[in-house]
Design a binder for this molecule. Structure first.
Ligand code: ADP
Length: 328
């Protein structure tokens, strides 16, 4: 990696969108300007690098966005970036502007792309974890998780009201194809009876036995929170099994879906996005290249991109035990 001073940087949001990405863009742009760096915004993730959709940004271009969900730069999944030829075009478009540092706000897929890119070309990349799934090692938080989980909690509380009015059992599916954090956090916070997540094996027979027993003692309101990627294949499939096995119960399924991605970011997401954006630029200035900027124990933590990609956060068994004990 060259020892050249980074003086022109590009920022992009890539992969799945997450509330708080705008706050991170704002922090990157304003910190860059503070340090006298030129800063460019890339539209639609790696697609904008390949299509040459790269525009200079100033302090004003990130005004009035800290509270907005989505991302002003837009985001995308870009198949051409998987190919060396696509990444070469992307590099040419950056280098013709003299851009010599990149900040990628996204999930582990986006970091894989950044890692490959910085290995192939002499251009340092910094990752900021922006994903509602919280499935990245090296950070207690990822931008968007707190907002998404609060959206899920608000929705599940409402479902509980109607479940209570009718004595119904509700199966609620929340997002998380590979990670159960939204299910686990929202399920505990709403008092769910069962939480089904990809990281742990579901004992369907035990769950049915427990719901049957609760039915006998007239515990009529039951909430089962299911991550979309649990081993049974999400809320509809779990609902179908329960309807078949518990024919006397009044069972409904609710898929929360994309509302979990939208909305104004929570205070926590705005704060971590601001801190991570600020530190990402500091990393480029200080020569801490090809790292992800995370927060652990309320301190900034830098994790090499290759480690952030490989390692996953583990779900603690203690949490799963808490669910069982508190829902009895
Ligand atoms: P996320 O960043 O939310 O995990 P994706 O997994 O869809 O989202 O990745 C976002 C984009 O990052 C992909 O569309 C692609 O452009 C790029 N990318 C992901 N994995 C790789 C890879 N192995 N090599 C090159 N680019 C990649």
């Amino acid at each position: 990696m060259s020892a050249k001073k980074v003086n022109k940087i590009a920022v992009l949001t890539s992969g799945g969108d997450a509330p708080g990405m705008n706050a991170a863009i704002r922090a990157v742009v304003r910190t860059s300007i503070y340090h006298g760096l030129e800063v460019f915004g890339v539209a639609r993730g790696y697609s904008g690098m390949i299509d040459d959709d790269i525009v200079p940004m100033d302090s004003k271009s990130v005004g009035n966005i800290i509270q907005r969900g989505g991302t002003i730069l837009k985001t995308a999944r870009c198949m051409e970036f998987f190919e060396p030829a696509g990444r070469k075009i992307a590099y040419e478009n950056l280098s013709k502007r003299g851009i010599n540092g990149i900040v990628v706000i996204g999930g582990d897929g986006s970091f894989k792309g950044a890692q490959k890119f910085s290995n192939e070309f002499d251009i340092p990349c910094i990752g900021i974890p922006g994903t509602i799934d919280k499935d990245i090692a090296g950070s207690d938080f990822t931008i968007g998780f707190d907002t998404a989980v609060n959206t899920a909690v608000e929705a599940i509380d409402k479902i509980r009201d109607t479940a209570d009015a009718h004595d119904r059992l509700f199966v609620v599916e929340v997002m998380g194809r590979d990670a159960g954090y939204i299910a686990l956090h929202s399920g505990i916070a709403t008092g769910a009876e069962n939480i089904l997540i990809p990281e742990s094996k579901t004992d369907m027979e035990a769950m049915i036995a427990s719901l049957t027993e609760k039915g006998k003692r007239k515990k009529l309101v039951n909430l089962v929170v299911v991550a979309e990627g649990d081993e049974y294949g999400g809320g509809n499939k779990v609902g179908a099994i329960l309807k078949e096995r518990l024919p006397d119960a009044d069972i409904r399924v609710c898929i929360l879906g994309h509302i979990q991605r939208g909305g104004s970011p929570s205070c926590l997401d705005r704060l971590i996005a601001s801190r991570m954006g600020y530190h990402a630029v500091e990393c480029l200035i200080n020569g801490d290249f090809n790292v992800m900027v995370g927060i652990e124990d309320n301190k900034m933590k830098l994790t090499p991109l290759d480690l952030a990609i490989k390692a996953k956060q583990n779900i603690s068994e203690e949490w799963l035990k808490i669910v069982k004990i508190l829902a009895s």
